[in-house]
Write a protein that binds this ligand. Structure first.
Ligand code: GLN
Length: 193
């Protein structure tokens, strides 16, 4: 199995490490690649868009044709996971911050997101979450977005105080928090989709 971690900006290395560990735990042979140029994603079986700055990630993947390659991969039914900024990039609709910064969203997850909904960097926090199909996990929230509303095809996987923080649509996962910073549980679930 080949897994692409979109590597233009953000916590790329942490996702690579978590994915490699997960593959080992599941006995999956393969490799994890940090992708910074077009031409690699079409050869991969799964794609991860990490946390970071959604404005920057969006700009860099749209400048090259990485954005189109991700959209094509979704059409082909490949697994895609976006965490934090990656969730924003995957979404269909954003808030006024997304509009103001002219952030281009991929529109692959039928959700509306609100950027920085949980406050600033120093208001970052960690909390126990119950995630459907995964079980109990530690959710690390760093200037995290919130999923304000979801479309019919979207399944809610986790909430924090009544707020939606993890969703699934087909083989696409969107998480407001950073699973790569706490364990390999979410990555193992993602790889086994
Ligand atoms: N606040 C960032 C954004 O809106 C996301 C933060 C993160 O990925 N940890 O892009």
């Amino acid at each position: 199995m080949k897994v692409a971690v979109v590597g233009v900006q953000g916590d790329v290395e942490e996702h690579i490490v978590a994915t490699e560990k997960s593959m080992k735990n599941l006995g999956i042979q393969g490799e994890v690649l940090a992708v910074r140029e077009p031409g690699i994603i079409p050869e991969c079986d799964a794609i991860i868009i990490p946390g970071g700055e959604s404005t920057t990630i969006s700009k860099l993947i749209s400048r090259d044709s990485i954005a189109e390659e991700i959209i094509e991969s979704a059409r082909e039914g490949k697994r895609i996971m976006g965490t934090c900024a990656g969730l924003i990039v995957l979404a269909k609709e954003g808030d006024e911050q997304v509009e103001r910064t002219k952030t281009k969203l991929l529109g692959l997850l039928d959700v509306k997101v609100k950027r920085n909904a949980f406050g600033r960097q120093r208001e970052s926090f960690q909390t126990k979450l119950q995630m459907k199909y995964v079980g109990e996990i530690d959710g690390v929230f760093i200037r995290a977005p919130l999923i304000e509303s979801v479309g019919k095809e979207v399944e809610i996987l986790a909430k924090f105080e009544d707020r939606i923080v993890a969703v699934k649509q087909g083989k696409i996962l969107g998480l407001a928090f950073h699973p790569e910073l706490s364990s390999t549980k979410v990555h193992e679930y993602f790889l086994s989709l």
